[in-house]
Design a protein around this ligand. Structure first.
Ligand SMILES: CC(=O)SCCNC(=O)CCNC(=O)[C@H](O)C(C)(C)COP(=O)(O)OP(=O)(O)OC[C@H]1O[C@@H](n2cnc3c(N)ncnc32)[C@H](O)[C@@H]1OP(=O)(O)O
Length: 215
């Protein structure tokens, strides 16, 4: 099978994790990484940084496939800006699924979303665009996740729950079945979310309680 060249946009720690996924899937070969221009000429996991953010326009004329590989904890702003920029210039942001992940054929996944190693996405789940479903995360049946959200390592979204746009669900957090996490929320690592949340708020603890506004 001929591999398609893929550009990774963002050369930090999250990019290293994405590289492990892309290398183990057969469809794409990594053609290079985009980062701040000072990093041009350096490498990430053996792949060269070939361009700076300002060069994205011209890169979209030469390459078809891109993934946003900037990480996301406190804000989705950079990831969503890059996603929209690439898309508006005609770039394609594919779905990439690690071969060790399980994704039900009854689940839907939006463009540019990456499903990392050992993640599990069950039947009826619907995941938006440009999301990160990180290593060992569990998205249970009929759970719905909006756009530009990050379900972090080993987080659990139980059946029928909702996570809005631009959210972060921290490592090992649990969202109880049917619970709605409103847009722009941060759910702290290890939180157990038993009730619907207010938008733009950090929740943490077990049971999770609002800690502060984050917008
Ligand atoms: C592969 C990867 O690395 S993926 C990334 C994995 N990273 C994570 O999962 C992120 C872990 N960090 C968190 O969970 C943090 O809560 C964040 C980043 C979401 C928010 O951090 P901040 O905005 O700095 O919150 P801040 O430190 O101001 O905390 C506000 C309050 O919430 C509490 N709090 C914050 N996070 C947590 C938490 N996870 N559990 C319990 N309490 C917490 C703080 O103690 C503080 O409480 P107080 O006001 O009573 O003193």
């Amino acid at each position: 099978m001929t591999q398609e060249p893929l550009i990774l946009v963002g050369g930090g720690g999250h990019c290293k994790s994405v590289i492990e996924v892309v290398e183990s899937s057969v469809r794409f070969s990594i053609a290079g990484i985009v980062d701040v221009k000072e990093k041009i000429g350096t490498e990430v996991s053996g792949y060269p940084v070939i361009a700076g953010d300002d060069d994205l326009d011209s890169l979209v004329r030469h390459y078809q496939y891109f993934l946003v590989t900037v990480g996301q904890v406190r804000s989705s702003a950079i990831r969503s800006r890059l996603f929209n920029l690439i898309k508006s210039r005609g770039g394609i942001l594919p779905v990439v699924i690690a071969p060790t992940a399980y994704v039900s054929r009854r689940a839907t996944i939006g463009e540019g979303t990456l499903i990392h190693h050992n993640a599990f996405v069950n039947a009826g789940a619907a995941i938006g665009v440009n999301c990160i479903i990180n290593t060992s995360a569990l998205v249970e049946h009929d759970a719905r996740i909006g756009d530009h959200s990050h379900v972090s390592t080993a987080a659990i979204l139980n059946g029928d729950c909702r996570v809005g746009n631009n959210c972060f669900v921290g490592s090992n957090a649990v969202v109880s079945h049917g619970v709605q996490v409103a847009p722009n929320c941060l759910i702290g690592a290890g939180a157990v979310v038993l009730n619907h949340t207010e938008a733009g708020t950090l929740y943490a603890g077990n049971p999770a309680v609002p800690k502060k506004r984050v917008l």
